[in-house]
Design a protein around this ligand. Structure first.
Ligand code: SAH
Ligand code: SF4
Ligand code: F3S
Length: 443
């Protein structure tokens, strides 16, 4: 009797942590239906690409990757599936222009993947070519009964809410991930206990708008405190919150629970009230500053990070200088700074002209990066001479004689691997003797 081997799937993930988390769900869903997984693309029968659509650069990266896969597919049979936000956003365009793609599935359609891939493999065997799409967004899907197939490691992602209803005018996420919906807290706590049993030491709660979590009387403050009570878990993080949902109870939970990390990523996007209004962010520069003050007076050692967009529609030099001033004034610990990139379907694409020249966007990004780099370096240098608790993660990127881990505030620490202080998942203490804008050096 001929034994049919399991189809082997290779999955590549682009974009944010939500996509990382979704790829773990996809692995779980496919394994349940008898698919195998391989790290080696050369040995794969199916290649899945989980994509991002947040900026044009993200698209470009994925198109480049797809052209690589096209070369592979010319050599041998291969089923190619494109998942995630770009699949959802570019449905018809991707499907028509890209003969390479067999299956296209958006973020709410992953339960259909086992069937779609099986069909595609069968069709390929019979020498047929067919395309299959699963691109309906759902108001309910939270995959809450699927235990993610996590890569062995220290951190477990737990997606607690999906979608986003904020419709910031620049942002594609509400169109690629659909309406906001929160998961049942019981299923989240079950997942947290499961992760702990499997040896994970850190949990990161995920959602595009994570602090607007809301489920039958549970808000985000109550949820994160309950997750942090999970026995065996040392650290709980969350990303990304919106500045509009920061009630005192949430700040209190972060301040008082020893397991909740003292790091908040607090996207500002822009400093000028006129631009914030056009962006649909619902707060002013002054309200953001007041929130930073409230957080810092309650949690003095908090690490605050942010996201900034430069060159949004009609942003004047004066608007930009307001952003720059807020960055100087707040002295946040670090910032991701992006050039505005117009996205299809968004409110900004429909209503406002993308009228800041690319060169100007670039100059503004460079100016902010330089300022933030100086601030980050100053902030990091305050740790020199201090002893910090570090959660060990892995080998350092630069050298295999070094290891890396994170402080409670999510700052990277690198040190020479000695004996006994390199077990991923352990909490160790390191004395900081030097600091750059990206890294603390410990001994
Ligand atoms: N949900 C998160 C952000 C998700 S996207 C939040 O609300 O904070 C991550 C970051 O990408 C955003 O904070 C924003 O700074 C940036 N971003 C989103 N859309 C963009 C666009 N069209 N052009 C440039 N940057 C963008
Ligand atoms: Fe996008 Fe705004 Fe929603 Fe964040 S809150 S995902 S920036 S629409
Ligand atoms: Fe990208 Fe989708 Fe995340 S657009 S940033 S992968 S939510």
């Amino acid at each position: 009797m001929m034994v049919k081997t399991l189809p082997q799937v290779h999955i590549e993930t682009f974009g944010c942590q939500m996509n990382e988390s979704d790829s773990e769900l996809v692995r779980s869903l496919l394994k349940q239906e008898g698919f195998g997984f391989t790290e080696d693309r050369e040995r794969a029968d199916v290649v899945l690409v989980n994509t991002c659509a947040i900026r044009e650069n993200a698209h470009k990266k994925i198109y480049l990757h797809l052209s690589e896969l096209r070369a592979v597919k010319k050599q041998r049979p291969l089923v190619v599936g494109v998942l995630g936000c770009m699949a959802q956003n570019l449905k018809s365009e991707l499907a028509e222009k890209e003969p390479l793609i067999d299956v296209l599935a958006g973020p709410d359609s992953y339960r259909q993947l086992p069937r779609l891939l099986t069909n595609a493999l069968d069709a390929q065997e019979q020498g047929l070519r067919q395309k299959a799409f699963a691109l309906d967004l759902s108001e309910y899907e939270t995959y809450e009964n699927i235990m993610p197939d996590r890569n062995n490691g220290v951190n477990a992602w737990i997606t607690v809410m999906r979608g986003c209803d904020n419709f910031c005018s620049f942002c594609v996420v509400p169109y690629t991930r659909g309406r906001e919906r929160s998961r049942d807290p019981e299923s989240i706590l079950l997942e947290a206990r499961d992760a702990s049993t499997r040896g994970f030491k850190q949990i990161t709660l995920l959602g595009q708008n994570v602090n607007s979590y809301c489920h039958e009387g549970w808000d985000f403050a109550k949820l994160i405190a309950a997750v942090a009570d999970t026995p065996g878990i040392d650290r709980v993080r969350f990303t990304s919150p919106h500045p509009k949902d920061f009630p005192p109870a949430l700040i209190d939970a972060i301040a008082t629970h020893p397991k909740i990390c003292k790091h908040i990523h607090l996207p500002l996007q822009a400093g000028s009230d006129r631009i914030l209004e056009l962006m649909g962010r619902t707060y002013t520069g002054a309200a953001y500053l007041a929130l930073v003050d409230r957080i810092r007076s309650r949690i003095p050692d908090i690490v605050l990070t942010t996201d900034i967009i430069c060159g949004f529609c009609s942003e004047s030099e004066e608007d930009f200088q307001t952003t720059h001033r807020i960055i100087e004034q707040t002295q946040l610990d670090s910032a991701y700074i992006f050039k505005y990139s117009e996205r299809k379907h968004t409110i900004a694409a429909r209503k406002y002209a993308d009228d800041v020249p690319d060169r100007v966007k670039g100059m503004r990004v460079a100016q902010l990066l330089e300022t933030q780099r100086r601030i980050t370096l100053e902030r990091n240098r305050r740790y020199i001479g201090k002893t910090m608790q570090v959660l060990v993660e892995r080998d350092a990127t630069r050298s295999s004689t070094q290891a890396m881990g994170k402080t409670d505030g999510n700052i990277t620490v690198v040190w020479e691997k000695g004996t006994g202080d390199f077990r991923p998942g352990t909490l160790i203490t390191k004395q900081i003797f030097d600091a750059s804008a990206a890294t603390l050096y410990g001994k």
